[in-house]
Design a protein around this ligand. Structure first.
Ligand code: SF4
Length: 180
């Protein structure tokens, strides 16, 4: 069987979903027997290559994210929404209840921990946040949803192995495997 290519991507999330992915521990050896992880926050390389599976953590918070997820979709056969922020905006989307400027002022100017010297960051390398956070499926088609905050390592591993073996994952199978 031809080796497949996997990418993992971190948009507007807290990295907790990626930490959960790392919790598959030694089972990573089973994964790398079948696939190469060609792009991730810890694998170097600027361009997003053509991949079989892309796992995307987090929601879309900026125009940069919008363009990035469009590009990822174009270059991925299967796109997995990794975690609740990806499909419900969840924690990342909590700021949607308030005007963006109020959120920025609260974070950088008016926070209790602020000594009065704070100012909002304004570096060109930083993302320019959009008014609203949106989930992936408002921008691109999502093939598989991996729910949870974060999804647990067993579920991530199960879904990846099913897809690598050209099977459609059935999340109710994970519960059976875990709880009998
Ligand atoms: S789903 Fe939870 S763990 Fe994953 S990025 Fe969002 S807040 Fe973090």
């Amino acid at each position: 069987m031809e080796r497949k290519k996997i990418a993992t991507v971190w948009l507007g999330g807290c990295s907790g979903c990626h930490m959960s992915l790392l919790d598959i521990d030694e089972r990573i050896l089973d994964l790398v027997k079948m696939a190469d992880i060609v792009k991730s926050p810890i694998v170097d390389g600027k361009d997003f290559p053509d991949v079989d599976i892309a796992l995307v953590e987090g929601s879309v918070t900026s125009d940069e994210h919008w363009n990035e997820i469009k590009h990822i979709r174009k270059h991925s056969k299967i796109l997995i929404a990794l975690g609740d922020c990806a499909v419900m905006t969840n924690v990342t989307g909590m700021r949607n209840y308030f005007p963006l400027q109020d959120v920025m002022d609260t974070a950088y100017l008016n926070a209790i921990s602020n000594d009065g010297e704070g100012k909002a960051p304004n570096h060109p390398a930083l993302l320019k946040l959009n008014d609203k956070v949106v989930p992936l499926q408002e921008v691109v088609n999502v093939d598989v949803v991996l729910p949870g905050c974060p999804p647990d390592a067993d579920t991530i591993f199960y879904v990846l192995m099913e897809l690598l073996n050209d099977r459609q994952p059935n999340l109710s199978e994970v519960k059976k495997l875990k709880y009998g």
